[in-house]
Design a protein around this ligand. Structure first.
Ligand code: EPZ
Length: 419
């Protein structure tokens, strides 16, 4: 078990390079299952979730590994079925993409209920609704195994009752080879939906409308291997933007798509931060006292739920009151108990936090309760007086590449200690 020790009080300065988008990578890697050929994927973050997915693919029979620090290859030719035997599926949420991809290529797939961050109820009824509309039978056993199978997949019109990233991607995967046209209405519009559709199209799929709330998929007969580069991680970039604001810093964030950052850029500007965009980078700088704002998380292009925790830390360090409403996840404020140990003054329910800002956060021992909560606690540690010790950092390693090195390069005093 490792932990982070952080000495607070440094204003971040310098440049940080952003890696490939975790949530795109963990959709695109299983999407390779659909293709009996070799794919080369670039801009892949070196994080635990990617390692787990490579293990899953090898378990299923693929030849898959890193080519270098940021690219991998997957040759799924030898996968014969998508029955995931072991508990790897429990290690991450995105393991459920094996269902859509397996259904698409083999007309059947089976895995255990997925794991991932514990942020409240995360049902998969919309995935099931989509698979069934395409003609599949779905069974969930008492042990939590999900079996999907179909004689034949036929395109259908599917209206999602909830805007779901996972269901949108899973249905796209399952529909790529379905006969005729599939239409997903009320689809999620996140950048990684577009990235996954672009990757599928690069293999030969026929998907239009990704990035809008109506996606049309015309079934194709075959896919071919390709080379593809994953988009930059919007959430990693947003984490450093918020860290710059919290530490009153001045940093350059490189290798990003500024357009994807708009929901965060808009809020930070409203608070008084300076933000300048240049092509694929941006300068985020503090030049005046910041004012608190209210936040409501929503599906893209709303403020992302995955940055709710870092933003709550920032707001809790500013004099004044603010409210954060969680409009996406069921129960994503549990980490606030950890923040309160550091002196934050926050009242919360499952869906809402009322914050009374204080500039007196104090270092203590806290634990990362999930991935983004972990990143938020690092930011809290950077602005707290004294030393902060963060335990359970395996959650952070699931989704942030070299996080302590990146923060150290910005001047932060943070070190990883093996317990
Ligand atoms: C993805 O999770 C991300 N994970 C999450 O990121 C992110 O928080 C979330 O999208 C929202 O943006 C990955 O991409 C691997 P959803 P996902 O399906 O697909 C409800 C991180 O920190 N819902 O869009 O599981 C659900 O309960 C992680 O990187 C249903 O009711 O999210 C939730 O309240 C954490 N029925 C909401 O929709 C369904 O069938 C959004 O879920 C599916 C979802």
């Amino acid at each position: 078990m490792s932990k982070f020790i952080i000495e607070g009080g440094v204003r971040l300065k310098g440049k940080v390079n952003i890696g490939g988008f975790k949530n795109a990578a963990v959709a695109i890697i299983p999407a390779t299952i659909l293709c009996p050929g070799k794919c080369i994927l670039g801009n892949i973050p070196k994080i635990r979730d990617v390692n787990v997915f490579l293990e899953i693919l090898r378990e299923l029979g693929a030849d898959a590994d890193y080519l270098d620090n940021s690219s991998i290859y997957v040759d799924a030719t030898n996968i014969k079925s998508c029955y995931l035997e072991n508990g790897l599926s429990k290690k991450m949420r995105a393991s459920y993409y094996v269902l859509g991809a397996g259904l698409g290529r083999f007309k059947r797939a089976s895995t255990l209920m997925p794991g991932g961050c514990d942020i409240g109820e995360r049902p998969i009824d919309q995935h099931i609704k989509g698979f069934e509309a395409l003609g599949a039978k779905v069974e969930i056993t008492p042990e939590g195994r999900i079996n999907v199978q179909a004689e034949k997949l036929t395109g259908a019109r599917i209206y999602l009752d909830v805007v779901s990233v996972g269901a949108t991607i899973n249905i796209m995967l399952a529909a790529v080879y379905a006969e005729g046209r599939t239409i997903i209405e009320n689809a999620a519009k996140e950048p990684h939906i577009v990235d996954t559709a672009n990757f599928l199209n690069a293999m030969g799929a026929d998907i239009k409308g990704a990035g809008t709330d109506v996606i049309r998929i015309n079934g194709v007969k075959e896919l071919k291997g390709c080379t593809y580069k994953v988009i930059p991680d919007q959430i990693e970039a947003g984490t450093y933007m918020i860290a710059a604001a919290a530490t009153k810093g001045d940093i350059i964030i490189d290798d990003i798509i500024p357009k994807h950052m708009e929901p965060i850029t808009a809020k930070l500007k409203e608070m008084g931060m300076g933000i300048e965009e240049y092509g694929d980078s941006m300068r985020v700088y503090h030049y005046q006292e910041l004012v608190p704002v209210n936040i409501k998380t929503l599906p893209y292009p709303g403020f992302p739920t995955d940055l709710q925790q870092p933003m709550t830390v920032l707001l809790s360090s500013l004099p004044g009151e603010s409210t954060v409403v969680e409009g996406v996840s069921e129960d994503r404020f549990r980490y606030v108990e950890e923040l309160k140990k550091m002196g934050a003054c926050i009242e919360f329910t499952k869906r809402q936090a009322k914050i009374k800002g204080t500039d007196k956060l104090k270092g203590t021992v806290v634990q990362a309760t999930d991935l983004r909560a972990g990143a938020a606690l690092i930011i809290a540690g950077l602005i707290a007086e004294g030393l902060t010790e963060i335990t359970n950092i395996q959650h952070i390693d699931r989704g942030y590449e070299h996080i302590e090195n990146k923060f150290m390069n910005l001047g932060a005093k943070i070190k990883r200690v093996e317990d």
